[in-house]
Design a protein around this ligand. Structure first.
Ligand code: ADP
Ligand code: MG
Length: 320
């Protein structure tokens, strides 16, 4: 199968035109029409075999995750998903792989109403790079820079399961079969919090998605906003599986885990009920886990209110 047959067979779905996509796959450029009064929000994330996923991952789950991590960035900014672009490097045109990959990719795309509008296909090491485009009304995008002292700090869903799964894959831990299946789902099938992000427009003062660990990602918000934060460790939402692990592992998974794709956001205490209502509208659980303060830095408190001594940092590809 040649390059163009591959694109036609697996990626060019001649369906009804998606909102905003005037011309999609098949021309030199996609032509997109913004909704009047909106801004484009654009983000790119690349997944490299051996670094972001294991070679043994199911192709369907890889297709899901490649788009999910990108949709998570749109979620963090409160964007409404519109169009995405897929740059794919493949060792060979393997129909079984491509069928599964496309199935996982389009199932998630359809669930969020986002259209594949173009891309690039080349032979090479397995590498998936997606660019997503979403929209938000002018000036309403959620940014990292808006947290203010006194704001409440919130987290969606639960944290840490993806990291726990990674530890099992690495062989440092073992779990019973059903518990492993559950945390493996968290790692391979993250559900981007797109509805929550949109519901928080005009309510949250800042937001970020947790991809490299809570401490590191929250650190980006604190630096961008020129504030600090206090987190109540006990309040951090965790699955029953993770809650059954020893405390050192819970700390590592919850605070420095990564691959969570939950939203961490801040909002004024006056917006407390508005946050709860937004979360209910989005069908996403949220939990208040701390507070923003004037003094810089991030402090994590144990149940007695004493600061935890923490030694780990968030994931950084270029740090030794
Ligand atoms: P060009 O050579 O002009 O860059 P290509 O031959 O690479 O165009 O691609 C032909 C068309 O197929 C373009 O519209 C491009 O956006 C689309 N395309 C290529 N690869 C993919 C892919 N993996 N997924 C979706 N669309 C793709
Ligand atoms: Mg091209």
């Amino acid at each position: 199968m040649g390059e163009f047959e591959l694109i036609r067979r697996f990626f060019d779905r001649q369906g009804p035109a998606a909102p905003g996509v005037a011309t999609g796959i098949g021309d030199d450029c996609a032509v997109l029409s913004p909704t009047p009064g909106s801004q484009w929000l654009v983000s790119t994330d690349m997944l490299v075999e051996g670094r972001h996923f294991l070679s043994t991952v199911e192709p369907e789950r890889l297709g899901h995750k490649a788009l999910a991590v990108n949709l998570s960035d749109l979620a963090a900014c409160g964007a409404t998903p519109r169009a995405f672009f897929l740059a794919l490097s493949l060792p060979r045109a393997d129909a079984r792989f491509l069928e599964g990959f496309a199935r996982g990719l389009f199932a998630l795309a359809d669930a969020h109403g986002i259209a594949l509008a173009g891309g690039d296909t080349t032979a090479g090491p397995l590498n998936v790079c997606i660019t997503v485009m979403g929209e938000a009304p002018q000036g309403q995008a959620l940014l990292r820079s808006g947290a203010r002292a006194g704001d409440e700090l919130w987290v969606s869903g639960t944290l840490g399961d993806a990291r726990l799964a990674l530890e099992v894959f690495r062989g440092t831990r073992s779990l019973p079969g059903d518990a492993f299946a559950q945390v493996r789902r968290a790692m391979e099938l993250p559900q981007p919090r797109v509805a929550l992000g949109q519901a928080l427009r005009g309510i949250a003062s800042s937001a970020i998605d947790v991809s490299d660990g809570l401490m590191g990602d929250l650190g980006h918000v604190l630096r961008a906003s020129g504030v600090g934060a206090t987190i109540d460790f006990e309040a951090l939402p965790r699955s029953a599986v993770l809650a059954g692990q020893d405390l050192a592992l819970q700390q590592e998974c919850l605070l420095a885990g990564g691959d969570d794709y939950e939203l961490v956001f801040t909002a004024s205490p006056q917006q407390h009920q508005a946050v709860r209502d937004a979360a209910a509208r989005a069908g996403t659980p949220v939990r208040r886990v701390g507070r923003i303060r004037t003094e810089p830095g991030l402090e994590v408190l144990d149940p007695h209110g004493a600061p935890l001594a923490l030694r780990f940092a968030s994931f950084d590809h270029f740090k030794s």
